[in-house]
Design a protein around this ligand. Structure first.
Ligand SMILES: NC(=O)c1ccc[n+]([C@@H]2O[C@H](COP(=O)([O-])OP(=O)(O)OC[C@H]3O[C@@H](n4cnc5c(N)ncnc54)[C@H](O)[C@@H]3O)[C@@H](O)[C@H]2O)c1
Length: 442
């Protein structure tokens, strides 16, 4: 792509996003502008290709005029497999790269997908913004509060479009559920509850440390995380249950579900306080650091908000192993990725609200989310999950984990970007990066 067009892709779309006006669901609506011809190709690179990043790439490549120029992963076998899949799809063989910094040096790449484990979101996203690229970054935005603040600053300063992989924001049945909550039909909402019960949240059986698999640059996989011997349980896929790389179920599912509550209740700031209780109660023998059992109470203005997860089980309230519940005086709305439902309240005098048939999902949230990212770059459409949205739900989720780790109720001062209630909890806000990696300063 020539330099002028690259600048236009960046500044044109970001400038339009900046003048967006707010619609009733809190997003922005932009006048159609036709900023960029639909025939202009957008060059993509994928950083972290094994699982979710690959799904993101697949759906982004279904959009018109997209090309994957480079695949980047620290594992040769992932690079080989995914490059083969692109060729099988009849697409050009991409460049293969192990070091994401070389991807960001390529001036022809317009946008990057960051599909690495959570501890490897911050640096590539900040540096991609600095390199003038747009970003589709998987959720949770970062692995700590310090990181999500730095990422927010970078996106704002360099005016990059950053879509966070919270695809429920692009799901039509979620949008309808949020509108219903906001309509007032449920009456006064007193409790917003989220829960996530998943077997994988109990971790795996321990295995001994070993040598890293051939073709894996393990030092680069660890990156800014502390150096330690390789262990399969802390690697591909299962890194989520170890705090150097992820935040367990609280952040893995928390950001998706808490986001629905923040959206419906139009929350724009941190909670008044956060109190968590939990532990590794059911899977003491397994390899995991994050609690298999956690309950978090968020102090909100005029209602309660709560999170609960249980690893190792897959049943739950309303016969759903995960979900979001809005309890109102007239009825309760319960939603998951398949549908939303209403449970009207009433007594002998009758129901306090009209019953409603179950509202099914069309299961198109992910493809819609990818389309939205491309349209934001091409035409200036407002991003469905712009970085501020990813920031806020990650903040709530990380505060839940910090309260658990510190063993105390925490109060976060969003302006000062500090946990004002305790030095111990505040020390958990920003991780120490392992040299030579430096925590970004924007
Ligand atoms: N939006 C969703 O619904 C959803 C679902 C699943 C996962 N995710 C998110 O996607 C991200 C990836 O999760 P996953 O399940 O795909 O993990 P994974 O472990 O299966 O894949 C991560 C890939 O990143 C690679 N990688 C690690 N460090 C790298 C580096 N420095 N440079 C390049 N590649 C690197 C690994 O080798 C691996 O191939 C996580 O943040 C996760 O929370 C989101």
């Amino acid at each position: 792509m020539d330099t002028n067009r690259r600048n236009f892709v960046k500044t044109g779309a970001a400038a339009l996003a900046a003048v967006g006006i707010h619609n009733t669901l809190g997003g922005s609506v932009l006048a159609p502008s036709g900023v960029l011809g639909a025939n202009e190709k957008i060059n993509l690179a994928l950083i972290g290709a094994r699982n979710m990043g690959w799904y993101d790439l697949e759906d982004l490549l279904k959009q018109p005029n997209m090309e994957c120029k480079t695949l980047c992963d620290v594992d040769d076998s992932v690079l080989k497999e995914k490059a083969g899949e692109l060729v099988k799809l009849g697409l050009k063989k991409p460049n293969l790269e192990k070091d994401y910094r070389k991807v960001l040096d390529d001036k022809d790449i317009d946008a990057v997908i960051v599909g690495t484990p959570d501890h490897w979101h911050c640096l590539p996203v900040v540096e991609a913004c600095q390199a003038g690229k747009h970003v589709y970054v998987e959720k949770p935005l970062g692995n700590s509060i310090g990181e999500i603040n730095a990422m927010l600053d970078a996106a704002r300063r360099y005016k990059s479009l950053v879509q966070v992989g919270q695809q429920q924001r692009s799901g039509s049945h979620w949008k309808n559920a949020i509108e219903f909550v906001r309509s007032g039909k449920l009456g006064t909402i007193r409790h917003v509850k989220f829960w996530a019960n998943f077997n994988y949240g109990a971790g795996n059986k321990p295995v001994p440390d070993s040598v890293p698999p051939a073709g894996v640059d393990y030092d680069l996989w660890l990156g800014p995380a502390p150096l330690r011997p390789f262990n399969q349980n802390r690697f591909h896929g299962s890194w989520r249950m170890f705090r150097d790389y992820g935040g367990g179920l609280m952040t893995d599912w928390g950001v998706h579900l808490v986001d629905m509550g923040l959206w419906a209740m139009d929350v724009k700031t941190s909670p008044t306080s956060v109190q968590s209780l939990g532990g590794n109660f059911a899977s003491r023998e397994n390899a995991l650091e994050m609690p298999d059992t956690l309950t978090v109470l968020y102090e909100m203005d005029g209602y309660n908000m709560s999170w609960e997860h249980n690893g190792g089980v897959e049943t739950g309230p309303y016969d759903q192993n995960y979900g979001v519940m809005f309890m109102g005086s007239n009825g309760t709305l319960v939603a998951d990725r398949d549908r939303w439902r209403i449970f009207p309240e009433g007594n002998n005098d009758g129901l306090r609200m009209d019953p409603l048939e179950d509202q099914p999902s069309d299961h198109k949230s992910h493809i819609n989310h990818c389309e939205n990212f491309v349209r934001a770059i091409r035409y200036g459409d407002a991003l469905a999950a712009e970085i501020g949205i990813g920031y806020l739900s990650a903040l709530y989720s990380h505060l839940g984990n910090i309260s658990y780790r510190a063993g105390e109720k925490v109060v976060y001062d969003e302006k000062a970007r500090k946990i004002s209630s305790s030095k111990l909890a505040d020390s958990l806000v920003t991780p120490e990066y392992r040299k030579p990696w430096l925590f970004p300063s924007i």
